[in-house]
Ligand binder design. Structure first.
Ligand code: SAM
Length: 236
C-alpha cells in the first residue's frame, strides 16, 4: 500500500544549504523563518485559532535527503559520526520515509495580500522544505520532563567563543537588525556546525556556509571562532 501526500506549504529559511543547520529546532531561537501555505490549503479559515498556541509541530519532507535505498543503521553526528544506531532510534534525515518532525515557536500568523503565512523561530529547516502538516503543540500531552533521551540526553554543549573581525563587524552593521544577526551567527557557530567526523579544527582553515544572501566565513583557533566576513555569495 502506498499513500500520497502533497505539501500544504513551503519553508522560507535563512539556511540555504544543509551544512550548518542545527541538528534540532530550538537550539538557535534567532533562526527565523516562515511557512507559506499554498493553494488549495492557503485558506485563512484553516489557521483560525492557531494564534492561541505558542508552538507548533511541523511535519515535513527531507527533500534534499531523498535516496532510492534505505539503511537500517545510521551514524548520528551526536555520536561523532562513527558509531551506529538503528535508523528508528535516530532523527536522521535518511530514513525509509524521509519525513521530519520539528517543534518550533509560532511568532505570528499573517493573512494579507492573499498569502497565509506562519511566522516561525527556532527552525532547523532548509529553505524550500516542503511541509505536509502543521499541528499545535499541546503542553500537557507533548511535554514529558522525565522522558529518557537515549544518546542525546541534553542539548549539545557550547565549546567556542565567537568574535567578529573588523571586516565582518562592518558588514554586520550595514545589515538589517545587526544585533539580532550577531546573536544568530554567534549561536550558530558556538554549536560548531562542522560535520561530526571533522575531528579537531584545522588552524587557519577557512570554513563557510550560505546564510540568507551571503556566505559566512570563519576560522577556528584554539577555543575561539573568528568570523572573517559576510561575503557576497559565490565570491572567493
Ligand atoms: N527536527 C527534525 C527531526 O527530528 O525530524 C530534523 C532533525 S535532522 C537531524 C536536522 C538536519 O536535517 C539539519 O541539520 C539539516 O542538515 C537537515 N535538513 C533540514 N531540512 C532539510 C531538508 N529539507 N532536506 C534535507 N535535510 C534537511
Amino acid at each position: 500500500m502506498t499513500y500520497t501526500f502533497e505539501p500544504i506549504g513551503y519553508i522560507r529559511s535563512p539556511y540555504k544549504e544543509k551544512f550548518g543547520i542545527p541538528r534540532q529546532p530550538g537550539l538557535i531561537p534567532e533562526a527565523r523563518g516562515e511557512l507559506v501555505l499554498v493553494a488549495p490549503y492557503d485558506r485563512p479559515e484553516a489557521v483560525i485559532g492557531l494564534e492561541g498556541y505558542s508552538h507548533v509541530w511541523l511535519q515535513f519532507v527531507f527533500h534534499q535527503a531523498l535516496r532510492e535505498a534505505w539503511q537500517p543503521m545510521v551514524r548520528p553526528p551526536r555520536l561523532g559520526g562513527n558509531k551506529r544506531v538503528g535508523v528508528f532510534a535516530s532523527r536522521a534525515p535518511f530514513r525509509p520515509n524521509p519525513l521530519g518532525l520539528s517543534v518550533v515557536k509560532l511568532e505570528g500568523v499573517r493573512t494579507v495580500d492573499g498569502e497565509v503565512v506562519l511566522e516561525l523561530s527556532g527552525i532547523d529547516l532548509l529553505d524550500g522544505t516542503p511541509v505536509l502538516d502543521v499541528k499545535p503543540y499541546v503542553g500537557y500531552v507533548d511535554s514529558i520532563p522525565e522522558a529518557r533521551s537515549g544518546f542525546a540526553p541534553e542539548a549539545p554543549s557550547v565549546r567556542f567563543a565567537v568574535r567578529f573581525s573588523d571586516l565582518a563587524e562592518g558588514q554586520l552593521q550595514s545589515r538589517h537588525e545587526p544585533e539580532h544577526l550577531r546573536r544568530f551567527i554567534t549561536r550558530l557557530l558556538e554549536l560548531d556546525p562542522r560535520p561530526a567526523y571533522s575531528g579537531e579544527p584545522q588552524p587557519g582553515r577557512v570554513y563557510g556556509i550560505r546564510l540568507y544572501d551571503f556566505d559566512l566565513r570563519w576560522r577556528i583557533s584554539a577555543d575561539v571562532i573568528e568570523v572573517l566576513e559576510l561575503a557576497p555569495p559565490g565570491v572567493d
